[in-house]
Design a protein around this ligand. Sequence first.
Ligand code: ZN
Length: 120
Amino acid sequence: MTATRSGRYAKSIRPPKPVEGDRLPGVNARHGTTSGFSRHQEMGEEPCESCRAAKAYYDWEWLQAPDKVRRNRLFAKAQARATTELRRAHPEEYAEAYQRHRAALLAEAMAEDAAEDEDA
Ligand SMILES: [Zn+2]
């Protein structure tokens, strides 16, 4: 397999599709997955061959998406990271806002269901 100097595969070279393996001990992830790759890193380990293969495949798939899709994914990632940061900095405010939005959305969904039932 031809990796670039940064360790990534070139856009045109399709890495082999990974095969999921056994569970990593003590965590909810399997070898041969991107979750497994992340867990290895979180535990300060060098990811195993099958987890590196899964990450390479994921990265390759990611590169296949059109630029607009890739940009939107980056924005979604930025949004998720910002949310995590704010949630950690203000856990009580986050919990309150989450419960409030959840209750409002549930009420909306129930109102829509009731309206559909009336139409039927
Ligand atoms: Zn692994």
